[in-house]
Design a protein around this ligand. Structure first.
Ligand code: FAD
Length: 412
């Protein structure tokens, strides 16, 4: 009764894809999820819209993952973005690409993604048990034998760890998979939160929370890391910065923060205008209307809340006209408008981390099958593996591709 061809621990994106693939291949599948429902994190993705994948070529897609990118080649060969789009189309979910890059369901609603996956899981007679937390993976000297849960044991010669990372504990992030892997002799690389809001020293940001700054450029103001630069939408928070550009940047600077405790940044909030362009713009505005206050002049470049804070920072009376403004203070203001310094001193940690950096060592996983090189019959897929990508559908595509490959149950 309790014996299956394959048991999958974790009903997230990778686990569901793994279950569907194995069931399509005629396997008797058990999918175990510790939360009360499958796909809790998937539901929250892309701001509830679910950025499933993107349009990058395989090479470009892999490159984005940095030094670990080569590892994902086999998973992409088995199941790439086109396969994913076709897969969803075949089960009744249409997708589209409005910006030519990110792929979303046409419904722009992650619930429709979940619905189609649930229907497919049901059609294929995958046995699903929710509210079921796996405590241990059972093995003998040669291979896996099954799993132990609080309710009892389930047996299988194939067990897949699809437990995701540490991020967003409320959506299932527990890090259990790392523990299982370690208990079975696997190495887990250093784990750090990635893609989360950053905390900064400067208090003025708290007063500028209302607006989204489009095309903000962030760079690290440290000689060793000056190549680190990103552009995108930015939002101030009560103690720092968030938004798409910050999420990707956070991924890069977490290790620097661990090492140096503080990371000075320079941020251009004026859509990339340089100092000279800003100077000319301000002058032109002042000439067009000499009675205009300096606050109103710079408000043609930035939201008023930020302009007010910048005036305070430069000790400038916001009502003064350009002509009456002390030239030194004017220079300071223009420099501040060009590159605004902010100093990162912390972050939200795993609580609000969309992705976990690090994971089960790639050296110990067979990339053609996602099978453990150490324990026969043990497989990994998704975020638990030492693979993480930036925003833009990279992480879900990896979860689906690796889940597919694991579900093919290739014993190497
Ligand atoms: C808010 C948010 C937005 C995101 N947006 C995007 C996006 O738009 N595009 C994108 O590509 N990526 C996005 N990501 C990242 C993406 O969601 C993850 O990379 C992806 O879900 C990982 O899939 P997974 O199957 O490996 O893990 P998960 O989806 O986390 O699934 C793991 C499952 O395992 C279960 N589990 C854990 N331990 C146990 C246990 N012991 N027993 C039983 N079950 C267990 C968990 O409850 C969970 O349901 C986002 C992440 C977050 C948090």
């Amino acid at each position: 009764m309790n014996t299956y061809d394959i048991i999958i621990i974790g009903g997230g994106a990778s686990g569901m894809m793994c279950a569907i693939t194995a069931a399509k291949n005629g396997k008797k599948v058990l999918l175990l999820e510790k939360l009360s429902t499958l796909g809790a994190k998937l539901k929250a993705t892309g701001g509830g819209r679910c950025n499933l994948t993107n349009t990058l070529s395989k090479e470009d897609f892999m490159q984005t993952f940095g030094k670990n990118g080569r590892f994902i080649s086999d998973a992409l060969n088995a199941f790439d973005k086109d396969d994913l789009i076709t897969f969803f189309q075949n089960i009744g979910l249409e997708t589209h690409t409005l910006d030519g890059f990110r792929v979303f369901p046409t419904t722009h609603n992650s619930l429709s993604v979940l619905d189609t996956l649930f229907k497919e899981i049901k059609n294929l007679h995958v046995e699903v048990i929710c509210n079921c937390e796996i405590e241990q993976i059972l093995t003998n000297k040669e291979r896996v034998l099954g799993v132990k849960t609080l309710e009892g044991e389930y047996l299988s010669k194939h067990v897949v760890i699809a437990t995701g990372g540490f991020g967003y504990p409320t959506l299932g992030g527990s890090g259990d998979g790392y523990r299982f892997a370690k208990e079975l002799g696997h190495t887990v690389s250093t784990l750090s939160p990635a893609m989360m809001p950053l905390h900064v020293k400067e208090n003025w940001v708290a007063k500028c929370r209302a607006d989204t700054i489009a095309k903000a450029t962030i760079k690290v103001d440290m000689p060793k890391y000056k190549k680190l630069k990103a552009t995108g939408d930015l939002i101030f928070t009560k103690n720092g910065i968030r938004g798409p550009v910050v999420l990707d940047f956070a991924r890069e600077i977490t290790p620097i923060l661990q090492k140096h405790q503080e990371v000075p940044l320079l941020i251009n909030l004026t859509k990339g205008l340089n100092e000279e362009q800003i100077r000319l713009h301000v002058k032109k505005e002042a000439l067009a209307n000499p009675q205009q206050s300096i606050l109103n002049i710079i408000a043609t470049l930035l939201p008023i809340s930020i302009c007010k804070e910048f005036c305070k920072e430069c000790e400038i009376d916001e009502n003064i006209t350009y002509a009456k403004l002390n030239p030194q203070k004017r220079d300071t203001l223009i420099k501040l408008l060009t590159w605004t310094p902010l100093c990162v001193v912390g972050h939200d940690g795993f609580k609000n981390a969309m992705v976990t950096r690090g994971g089960v060592s790639l050296k110990e996983i067979e990339p053609k099958s996602m099978q453990s090189k150490l324990v026969k019959g043990l497989y990994f897929c998704g975020e638990v593996v030492d693979i993480d990508g930036p925003c833009g559908g990279f992480n879900l595509q990896w979860a689906f591709s690796s889940g597919y490959l694991a579900g093919c149950l290739k014993e190497m």
